[in-house]
Design a protein around this ligand. Structure first.
Ligand code: NAD
Ligand code: GDD
Length: 334
């Protein structure tokens, strides 16, 4: 870390990840002195953080080291992925995230951090409220009585409580932000952890005009999707607010998975058939964000429509896929 007392300092954990990397860029643009921490370096481009610690945040000593001498902690590191990953790895995810989160907030307290923001998830909301595609948007107070997603969602809900307790008992300025499905360039688009927007962009990028692609479920399940620029803007605004209780951060534009596919296909200029596979993981039937409280607290909410945010997202994923594809002459030579 540079030792310039006139600049605010921040730690971003999960700084090599999708949202963390965008957040580091945002904070650097704001003039922050940023330390990044992650178990690996960024996959697609170098981090502009002035200091980047490659370390395992399940280990308390590492958490203690990276939380030293920073004013604001944006804690995004987590073992996470789309519904295919989180529904198949309950034990691994629960143990990894329990260790990371408990050690991070304890280390932040020991180092007297002023502000601590935790990246929670819409997966904390009760499954019993998300059984229909035309779901009623989820309000913050709907979280209890609880029935979160197994593993990942339950652990996030417990960490929200730890943030509440550290705020009440120790006066730490904590924030818990419930992200709703985030997409954009520089996100995971293959390998098994990808979420629906990136997976569909990849499948369409790989398809020829007229091909049929596999879609998980019957395509009628619904979600709201938030563009990553809105996500980092919201994270920063919530950190600067005085609102310690959990807040939704998402859009309230409800779309079906089939509409998502049709939108990407139109952007790509390809006709694609859909082969629905109901044996694949589907998660909840419908999920949307109620932004009433977010608007009250911030006077702001995410605005990017899916049809607009998917344009740069598809362009980036299509470029990655094209760069990976073997050259036609290389295939011919084998
Ligand atoms: P991501 O997987 O791209 O980033 C998470 C980062 O955490 C990765 O770079 C990973 O290497 C790092 N990490 C994992 N285990 C670690 C460890 N033991 N030590 C150090 N670093 C470790 O995910 P993302 O989409 O950028 O998500 C960021 C945060 O937002 C996560 O907490 C996630 O649960 C939460 N969230 C994301 C979404 C979404 O749609 N992307 C939705 C809800 C919540
Ligand atoms: N991943 C994926 N891949 N999903 C697909 C695909 C595909 O090829 N085709 C259709 N889907 C459908 C899934 O079946 C699911 O019904 C829907 O698209 C959304 O899937 P995801 O984007 O993988 O996950 P999610 O919305 O259920 O949960 C995600 O968002 C949460 C926050 O809102 C996950 O990333 C969670 O980790 C996150 O917390």
């Amino acid at each position: 870390m540079e030792n310039d007392m006139s600049r605010k300092s921040a730690l971003v954990t999960g700084a090599a990840g999708f949202i963390g990397h965008h957040l580091v860029k945002y904070l650097v643009r704001k003039g922050y002195d940023v330390r990044g921490a992650d178990i690996k370096p960024p996959a697609f481009e170098a981090s502009p953080a002035s200091d980047f610690a490659i370390c395992d945040l399940r280990d308390f000593d590492n958490c203690r080291a990276v939380t030293a001498d920073v004013e604001e902690i944006y804690h995004l590191a987590a073992d996470m992925g789309g519904i295919g990953y989180i529904s198949g790895s309950h034990a691994t995810i629960a143990i990894n995230n329990t260790l990371i989160n408990a050690h991070m907030i304890q280390a932040a307290k020991k180092n007297n951090a002023k502000r601590f923001l935790f990246s929670s998830s819409a997966c904390i909301y009760p499954l019993y409220l998300q059984t229909k595609p035309d779901v009623t948007p989820l309000r913050e107070e709907d979280a209890w009585p609880a029935q979160p997603e197994e593993g990942y969602g339950l652990e996030k809900l417990f960490m929200e409580k730890l943030c509440q307790y550290f705020h009440e008992d120790y006066g730490m300025e904590t924030r818990s932000v419930r992200f709703h499905n985030v997409y954009g360039p520089l996100g995971t688009y293959d390998g098994g952890r990808e979420k629906a927007p990136a997976a569909i962009c990849r499948k369409i990028a790989l398809a020829q005009d007229g091909d049929t692609i596999e879609i998980w479920g019957d395509g009628q399940q619904t979600r709201s999707f938030m563009y990553v620029d809105d996500c980092v803007e919201g994270i920063f605004r919530i950190m600067q607010s005085d609102h310690a209780a959990p807040l939704n951060l998402g859009t309230d534009e409800l779309v079906t998975v089939d509409q998502l596919v049709d939108t990407v296909a139109a952007i790509a200029g390809k006709r694609v058939g859909k082969a629905h596979d109901v044996s694949k993981p589907q998660g909840v039937r419908g999920r949307n964000s109620d932004n009433t409280r977010l608007r009250e607290v911030l006077g702001w909410e995410p605005t990017m429509m899916v049809r607009d945010g998917l344009v740069p997202t598809y362009a980036w994923i299509e470029a990655q896929v094209r760069a990976e594809a073997p050259m036609p002459h290389a295939i011919a030579a084998e």
